[in-house]
Design a binder for this molecule. Sequence first.
Ligand code: ZX8
Length: 436
Amino acid sequence: LGEDAPRYPDRPVPDWYRDAKFGVFVHWGLYSVAGWAPPRRPGEDVPVELEYSHHQYAEWYANTLRIPGSPTAAYHESSFGVGTSYEDLADAWTAERYDPDGWMRLFAACGARYVVPTAKHHDGFCLWDTATTGFSSVHRGPRRDVVAELAGAARSAGLRFGLYYSGALDWHVSHFPPIRSLTDLFTHRRNDPAFARHCFEQVRELVEAHRPDVLWNDIDWPDSAKAAGPYSLAELFEHYYDLVPEGVVNDRWGVPHLGFRTREYRTETGTPAWAWEATRGLGASFGYNRAEDDTHLIDATELVHLLVDTVAKNGNLLLNISPRGDGSLPEAQVARLRELGRWLAAHPDAVYGTRPWHRHAEPVGAPLRYTVRPDGTLNVIALDPAHGDFRLPADLLGRPGAHWGEGAAEIGPDGTVVIPEALRHLPAAVLTLPPS
Ligand SMILES: C[C@@H]1N[C@H](CNC(=O)c2cc3ccccc3o2)[C@@H](O)[C@H](O)[C@@H]1O
């Protein structure tokens, strides 16, 4: 490291985060007013040359709109007219059905332990009472301090409160051509000291006003803040941890300091020793996409499997919900969240507060996942109980006291575990083995 390379703190990921396991991401912003991107079903891909002109992330609307000939450009003109800019939409944003307390009560009821709403996404529109710009939800549109309302509602609902911030991209204060490739993504962005100070001051406002338990930065941070000196990232982290001793950050700051690692629409192959977080939308987008219907969304059983698989691999799941511009929550998304919450409410000890076993699954055979409770009890989670009985692996044979929630488990001499009929309709069934 060069002589001016700052020193970053080495901090463990706090236990509250590792125990929480399930959080709700909320991408809500000016892009939710338009709420459109070319829809994409699970498994569908586009050729790399269309990756940005046909971006499936509706929160990228401001960029996609600027790509000549993109479906988004056509959608925008037909919906808002040739003379309406993206930023003009700020005055059309009324958020008339926005109910922060209702949102947070729902997320808590669905088993989330933390929530991470977007404070500023790549479009640069700020959802809090900022002194740094007039491009905000207080000065324009809703004329509400969305972040303050969400912070209060989250904590009243017993949730930890984090904030997403777009550190690398702010299209309101940048004047590059649209991003049309991965190369553009890394070159069409500001790294100058003035922008670095702008980002520093914005996040300082958020930290001082709301003490977020999680600082979830996206993509990267302005390079000129990565050396020692005023408005440096090192100073920002120091300030943050002074104000929020149990605070935690993610791994997208572009410096050798991170809390939990992140995977987006992907998972880990095994069980890493480090804390990590899997994040995705319920469909292919984080921002609301009115072009998505039920067939574009992950189904509830897959959602339970995603959570269990992630937790078995030492990860958390940060599942995104995409409120409409008016603040209402898409019913199909809420239905899936509630279904996940019902399973979690019936099997809390299979997830919350657990830690991974020495393997997360079996290389072959029945789809099992393992988690270990604080008292050493092993949760053997059958991901597809409808397929019926499964064989316990050799290293678990003979362990006494095997139990389903309701009663003792029937296990044959060869390790065949009979799944009770009453459990076969569930997305996953949990067999517990007391500490050996
Ligand atoms: C949560 C989503 N993040 C998108 C940017 N994605 C990334 O920077 C990214 C993607 C990703 C995948 C694996 C490890 C790190 C990674 O970073 C961002 O462009 C989307 O609009 C949305 O906010």
